[in-house]
Design a protein around this ligand. Structure first.
Ligand SMILES: CC(=O)N[C@H]1[C@@H](OP(=O)(O)OP(=O)(O)OC[C@H]2O[C@@H](n3ccc(=O)[nH]c3=O)[C@H](O)[C@@H]2O)O[C@H](CO)[C@@H](O)[C@@H]1O
Length: 355
């Protein structure tokens, strides 16, 4: 079997593409589509994946017609069609981001079955436009108003190493005592500022808790300098700009303060790491807030909106969660209790082997 996979732009699109490719590689060969010089190209190559570059245009104007869109991204579609016709392709998988668009259009033109992943509780723009053309849409979270046999709530696929480490983390209770701050794949200055205020306060209370922050590359120097200036006595925080091996940070965490990105929330839920979620307030359709609400409904975390965050209340939530050695229990038959990557791979394999 030969598969083509595309997803790009941010970690929330790129890492699910890696996770699916890792599983499909057990069953055949995989070619990844990426924009030249992009984050997805760098990540795919670092994972030893076979990459072909295509150019792509933003979906800024949400074109209604596939053919108008095909025109706007014609260079990318041409390159993607070459990939589809060079070898017999059994399936195309798109995990979102602009780069998946030429892949979807090329797959449609070449008669290759299309599979899509929607990571969030709200359908993204590209998936809204293309889900009718997909043979199957995998959902990382239940999506309001979406049902039917073509849609399956699988949960979000995680990279194998991350999934294994997190599952072990959840099973080997009690959890390690660390507090982790993550602002999504690009970092978030709001989360970084909250980290500074939190460590100052925990230090003044004499609380010796291991704290790590992943700042994002843009804010790294500012936060590192600010930590040096605090001259802390009890808390000795680790400041990281970007972590290639997130499992190493998750392994030490009991609680995470995080944005509401679908992949971060999935990873925390799988690991049984309590999530204090401060959703990005400008996310399209408030999807981060809705992602967080879903986690909260399962008792796996709490949602605090940025606009209404009261520091003292927030800190008492964090401290209470840090004192809970066992962490939250995963409800029976929750979507976070099994390997979504394997489920997606099995569906694609089964459906394509009947063709
Ligand atoms: C601002 C915005 O609209 N962000 C969106 C973007 O999130 P974004 O890409 O920021 O965030 P996610 O939390 O979904 O995914 C981040 C991924 O990057 C990884 N990671 C992160 C930091 C790091 O240093 N190293 C690392 O490997 C995480 O382990 C995770 O796998 O796509 C997600 C999936 O559609 C959406 O839910 C988010 O709303």
């Amino acid at each position: 079997m030969h598969y083509v996979v595309a997803g790009g732009g941010t970690g929330g699109h790129i890492y699910p593409a890696v996770a699916i490719a890792e599983r499909l590689l057990d069953r055949g060969t995989v070619t990844m589509l990426a924009r030249a010089g992009s984050m997805e190209e760098r990540v795919f190559l670092s994972q030893g994946l076979d990459v072909r570059t295509v150019c792509s245009a933003p979906l800024l104007y949400t074109p209604r017609s596939l053919w108008r869109l095909a025109h706007a991204t014609r260079g990318g579609v041409r390159a993607a069609r070459h990939v589809m016709t060079d070898a017999h392709v059994d399936a195309f998988v798109g995990t979102g981001g602009y780069v998946s668009v030429p892949g979807i259009v090329a797959a449609q033109m070449s008669g290759v079955p299309i599979y899509l992943l929607e990571q969030n509780t709200v359908m993204g723009r590209a998936n809204r436009l293309f889900s009718r053309r997909a043979r199957h849409v995998f959902l990382g979270f239940p999506v309001e108003g979406v049902s039917g046999s073509r849609f399956t709530v699988t949960g979000n696929p995680l990279r194998r190493k991350v999934y294994t480490a997190l599952t072990e983390c959840r099973l080997s209770r009690p959890l390690r005592p660390g507090l982790l701050f993550i602002g999504g794949s690009g970092g978030a200055s709001f989360v970084n500022n909250l980290f500074l205020r939190t460590i100052r306060e925990l230090d003044s209370r004499g609380r010796e808790v291991p704290v790590t922050v992943v700042t994002g590359t843009d804010d790294y120097a500012r936060i590192r300098d600010a930590v040096d200036e605090l001259s802390l006595r009890h808390v000795n925080p680790v400041v990281v700009s970007y972590e290639e091996h997130m499992e190493r940070l998750y392994e030490h965490a009991r609680v995470a303060v995080t944005r509401g990105g679908a992949l971060a929330l999935t990873e925390l839920a799988v690991g049984g790491i309590y999530a204090v979620v401060i959703p990005y307030p400008f996310a399209v359709g408030w999807h981060q807030s809705k992602n967080a609400a879903y986690l909260e409904s399962l008792g796996l975390g709490i949602r605090i909106e940025q606009q209404s965050l009261l520091f003292d209340r927030y800190l008492s939530i964090v401290e209470k969660a840090l004192d809970d050695e066992a962490g939250p229990a995963l409800p029976a038959s929750s979507i976070f209790g099994s390997d979504a990557g394997d489920a997606i791979m099995r569906t694609i394999e089964e459906e394509c082997s009947h063709d």
